[in-house]
Structure formats: structure tokens, C-alpha cells
Design a protein around this ligand. Structure first.
Ligand code: ATP
Length: 363
């Protein structure tokens, strides 16, 4: 594999006695779109700011294109950052906003003009160079902020919740635009967000951080379908998690666990983990993997519970079922003709989940 564009080695940051980040090891390949996601205060922004040079690491090394950058100041790091609040100059036109960074880099006028035009065309604002930020929509302002960074042709593009100030509809549109643009430009990009859907739909890889620790890094598919901890399973996508204890495998090698319900229920599951008998486990179920009135199959786990709550969403219905003392959520694709619900509160529902769709974690 070629040399990574960015390497963080045992990277960390203390603020006084507070450990904001510890032992972060990440490699980002050239052109890759990496997302940092985690709850508020987990250290995402601190990590991004250290890559940009706005903050110095307390531990470890940052290597960009093979060169150790710990002591290289921000202005010598050819890195572009897009902020949540856009940080545009209100009294400069769109053109002048984009030009600012190029002037700072002392580029000659011809080259500046060429790069500004190219960057504005990229974000489809080619004709709006004379406007002021106040004369633009939120989405257009965000695109100016992007153009300004694209124009400097950074080695790495950092984005700190760049779409958080936009309404839901515009955010959905901009997510697609940004992903297409990032791919077209091929700039190595790192994007901080709270929004799990944004990460799942846009990322090449996602790094999940909690309490200053990198819990898992992988493709959206790996993170969603093979989370390594219960926290990751519950943070990305919906999941119901229940406590269980592993049992000896069946004769044909099928993993088994006893779910702590009253009475206990034996569950078959598939896993790559090495799990000894008697190990406490967490078993997580994705709502869309649960089937109502499941067909018979040797790999099917069957449960039944009473419906506590029904929420109708047009193309699908969410049911909350009480099974023993636990609640489990299921998402079923069904439409409700003429307002007649198929299943009602209080009704008993037979559900099934295949062993391959059960996520087992040991924490
Ligand atoms: P959010 O999603 O809310 O922006 P975050 O994941 O980006 O959160 P950070 O801003 O990186 O979190 O903060 C990580 C931790 O470090 C927090 O506990 C925060 O209070 C602390 N912290 C951040 N900056 C400083 C600072 N300059 N001085 C002291 N503590 C700080």
C-alpha cells in the first residue's frame, strides 16, 4: 500500500489533569473520506484541531505525507478547515472571500483568478462572485466556505460539523453534493459529526470515539454490521441490547447463549469472537432485522412479546414489544391500508431473528 497521507501514532491530549484523548492510532490514505463520530465531549473536535495545528498534542506523533508535523505551525501545514459557522468575511464578496487565503499565500493575480473561478465552479457558484454573504442562502454560504478551502488545494481537508446549521432538507442535499465533490477532488478529508446517518451515508471509513478513546475504525458496513462493542452498536443505527451468558456450542458448532429473561431464552448467534462458556455477553438486535411471524429455519431464534407501542412512518411501522422485563424495538415494512393497523397495542406478536443477524459483544 502507498504511504498514508496522515498517520496518528499513540496520539493524545491532556487539558491539565483532564485526558481529552489517549492512545489514538489512525492511518488515513490519500483521497480517503474519514468520519469522526462520538457523543458530545468525546474529543472529536480536539482531534481535528490537533491535525490542523490549532492545538498541540501532549502525546504521540502526527505524520503528514511521511513527515513528522508535531512542531510545524498551522500556517505551514497546507491544511484547510471548514467550520460549522462558515466564518466568512461579511464585508467581502464571495470572490474576495475565496481570494483571501490565496493572497495570504502570495500567489500572483493570474493564478489567484484562475483558482477562484475553478473553486467557485466546483461548488456551482460560478456566477455569484459579486454577491456578499448576506445575499446568499445557508447552503450557498456553506459552499463558499468550501470553495475558499478548495482554492488553496490543501493536502488535507478538515470539516467540523459543516452542515449542522442547515435545515434537514438542505442538509440531505448538501450531504450528497459534498460526497460527490470530495470524490471528484480526491482530497483526503476528515469530517466531524454527531449525526450517525451523515457518517453512514458519506464516509469511506468511520472512527467511533467515546471518552477520549478510539473504540473502532472501519467502513460503514463494518461498523454497522460488526460493531466490536455494545456502545458502537447502539451509537450507530438503532439497536436493542440485552444481557446474556454464553453456553457451550451445539454439536454442529453453533454458538449459543442464554438470554437473561424470565424465563431465560436460548439464543443461537454467529460471531467471529472467541467466547468461552459462561462468558457474560451483550446481544444486540437491529430493528430492521427482526421478522414478524418468522418462517421455520434451524437458524431462526423465536421470541414472543406483547405490543406496547406502535409508530407509523408511511413506508414502515415501528413496534415496541415487551418480552419478559425487556423492551425490544422492531421496524417492519408494511403499509396500513385505510388506517387499519395490522397489529395493535396489547396483541401478542411472534418474532424471529436469524442467528447471523445477532450482534454479540463481550463488554
Ligand atoms: P462536541 O461534540 O460537543 O463538540 P467534542 O467531541 O468535539 O464535543 P471536544 O471539544 O474535543 O469534544 O472536547 C473534549 C474534552 O476536552 C471535553 O471534555 C472538553 O470539555 C475538553 N476541552 C476541550 N477544549 C478544552 C480546553 N481548551 N481546555 C480545557 N478543556 C478542554
Amino acid at each position: 500500500m502507498s504511504q498514508p497521507m496522515l498517520q496518528l501514532k499513540n496520539f493524545g491530549k491532556n487539558f491539565g489533569a483532564h485526558v481529552a484523548l489517549a492512545d489514538v492510532n489512525i492511518e488515513v490514505q490519500e483521497g480517503e473520506f474519514l468520519f469522526l463520530i462520538g457523543p458530545s465531549g468525546c474529543g472529536k473536535t480536539t482531534l481535528l484541531r490537533m491535525i490542523g495545528g490549532y492545538e498541540t498534542p501532549t502525546f504521540g506523533e502526527i505524520v503528514i505525507a511521511g513527515k513528522v508535523m508535531n512542531d510545524v505551525p498551522l500556517e505551514q501545514r497546507n491544511i484547510g478547515m471548514v467550520f460549522q459557522n462558515y466564518a466568512l468575511f461579511p464585508h467581502r464578496t464571495v470572490w474576495q472571500n475565496v481570494e483571501f487565503g490565496l493572497r495570504m499565500r502570495k500567489l500572483p493575480k493570474d493564478e489567484r483568478n484562475e483558482r477562484i473561478q475553478e473553486a467557485l465552479d466546483m461548488v456551482e457558484l460560478g456566477g455569484l462572485g459579486d454577491r456578499y454573504p448576506r445575499q446568499l442562502s445557508g447552503g450557498q454560504r456553506q459552499r463558499v466556505a468550501l470553495a475558499r478551502v478548495i482554492a488553496i488545494r490543501p493536502d488535507i481537508l478538515l470539516l467540523d460539523e459543516p452542515l449542522a446549521n442547515l435545515d434537514r432538507r438542505l442538509r440531505d442535499i448538501m450531504q450528497v453534493e459534498l460526497k460527490v465533490l470530495q470524490h471528484k477532488l480526491g482530497i483526503t478529508s476528515i469530517y466531524v459529526t454527531h449525526d450517525q446517518d451523515e457518517a453512514l451515508t458519506m464516509a469511506d471509513r468511520i472512527a467511533v470515539i467515546d471518552k477520549g478513546r478510539l473504540l473502532q475504525i472501519g467502513t460503514p458496513d463494518e461498523i454497522y454490521n460488526s460493531p466490536k462493542t455494545t456502545f458502537v452498536a447502539e451509537f450507530l443505527g438503532d439497536a436493542t441490547s440485552m444481557k446474556a451468558t454464553s453456553l457451550a456450542p451445539s454439536e454442529d458448532g453453533q454458538c449459543r447463549a442464554s438470554l437473561e429473561l424470565d424465563p431465560t431464552v436460548e439464543i443461537l448467534f454467529d460471531t467471529d469472537l472467541d467466547i468461552p462458556e459462561g462468558q457474560p455477553l451483550s446481544l444486540s438486535f437491529r430493528p430492521e432485522r427482526i421478522q414478524v411471524a418468522p418462517p421455520s429455519s434451524s437458524k431462526m431464534n423465536r421470541l414472543s412479546g406483547s405490543i406496547e407501542f406502535v409508530s407509523y412512518f408511511g413506508s414502515h411501522v415501528f413496534y415496541e414489544l415487551k418480552i419478559g422485563s425487556e423492551d425490544i424495538i422492531l421496524k417492519v415494512k408494511e403499509s396500513i391500508p385505510n388506517g387499519h393497523q395490522k397489529h395493535r397495542v396489547g396483541e401478542t406478536l411472534e418474532i424471529g431473528i436469524e442467528s447471523r443477524h445477532i450482534i454479540a459483544t463481550k463488554d
